[in-house]
Design a binder for this molecule. Structure first.
Ligand SMILES: Nc1ncnc2c1ncn2[C@@H]1O[C@H](COP(=O)(O)OP(=O)(O)OP(=O)(O)O)[C@@H](O)[C@H]1O
Length: 327
């Protein structure tokens, strides 16, 4: 049987929460596995445990209990082998802005023990791979955001890792640079068999890039599967209503709860989301119920379930609001 590239079983991690308070359970039995060559998207609200998971898998932190393996190596017992098998691209760039792209790559290669000539050769290979050859001799501080990010990914690949960790790789990039990086990452896993663990604040990115998703909440994986399978599990339609004013007293929630065929109602500020059996029949009923109690509405939309709906279903919060908090 092929070994999974990443495997986490029943990970528990607690942190001190202050004097006389019980320890905070950042991971509470987190379990998932990723076959080789697959891009896994780890999604979850702030504080769900994504970074803690990445820290444990990259040997930067130890779990209180449970096991984790990277390409078959136990993260506690074989730290050295794990470190040699992984590349880590942190959210904040680790490149030296005053040094050139080539200098950054060569230095990184040398740190990983490559000879000078091998490091230079690898640097030029990676610059070509990421279409950065033309700017390789320019200081990194003169690069565009997209170029810098590509260099960051290249830096994570200098030692030919088998697993790459990408922490929110496209935050702050414009849509064009984001799409370009998605293509690069897609190619790395598709053509080169690299396994990628990605944390992201963009559902669109997870939908496009991840072969598999694990939604994490309160230190556990609450749902996993391909984006398509997760969406297909949600039957019916999603209704999204914008109210003129926020539902401060819970009236809107109560009104909709009484309607047949309407469920999973979540009201956040002046946005109401619900799952309905049939959009075409539910919308008039929803609008009628709101109008009866003189609740004014700005807009209403009906759509097929999206990843945002999947997220809402498993975490009880819409991803958009989480994104808003994070921004
Ligand atoms: N060193 C630490 N000491 C105390 N508590 C911590 C520490 N690191 C993380 N935590 C807590 O553990 C929980 C999980 O944090 P973690 O950073 O793993 O979440 P996350 O899903 O990565 O969130 P984000 O999307 O905000 O990065 C949070 O409640 C956080 O406050």
């Amino acid at each position: 049987m092929a070994t999974d590239a990443l495997e986490a079983v029943d990970l528990v991690k607690t942190y001190p929460a202050g004097r006389k308070k019980p320890r905070l359970r950042a991971l509470d039995g987190l379990t998932f596995s990723v076959p080789e060559g697959v891009v896994l998207g780890l999604l979850g609200p702030n504080g769900a445990g994504k970074s803690t998971t990445v820290k444990i898998l990259t040997t930067l932190s130890r779990a209180d209990s449970g096991t984790a393996r990277v390409v078959g190596y136990d993260v506690n017992r074989s730290q050295e082998q794990v470190r040699r098998s992984i590349g880590y691209v942190p959210q904040k760039s680790s490149s030296d802005p005053l040094a050139t792209g080539v200098e950054n790559l060569v230095l990184s290669g040398r740190i990983y023990g490559l000879s000078r000539s091998l490091a230079v050769r690898r640097a030029s290979e990676l610059l070509e791979r990421f279409e950065l050859t033309a700017v390789g001799d320019r200081p990194v501080k003169t690069y565009s955001g997209g170029m810098q990010r590509k260099l960051d990914v290249a830096l994570g690949l200098v030692h030919r890792p088998r697993v790459l960790f990408l922490d929110e790789p496209t935050t702050g990039l414009d849509p064009e640079a984001r799409a370009e990086l998605w293509n690069e990452v897609g190619r790395l896993s598709g053509d080169e068999g690299l396994t990628v663990l990605l944390t992201t604040h963009y559902l669109e990115e997870a939908d496009w890039l991840a072969d598999q998703l694990a939604i994490v909440d309160h230190g556990k994986v609450v749902a996993e599967g391909t984006p398509e399978a997760l969406k297909a599990e949600l039957r019916g339609d999603s209704v999204h209503v914008e109210l003129v004013s926020p539902d401060t007293d819970g009236l809107v929630h109560r009104l909709l709860s009484d309607l047949p065929g309407v469920g999973e109602i979540v009201v956040e500020g002046n946005v109401l989301r619900a799952r309905v059996d049939h959009g075409a029949t539910a919308v008039p009923a929803v609008l009628g119920a709101l109008e009866d109690k003189a609740v004014p509405v700005t807009a209403v939309t009906v759509s097929r379930p999206s990843l945002d709906d999947v997220y809402l279903r498993y975490t009880g919060r819409s991803f958009r609001s989480v994104e808003g908090e994070a921004a």
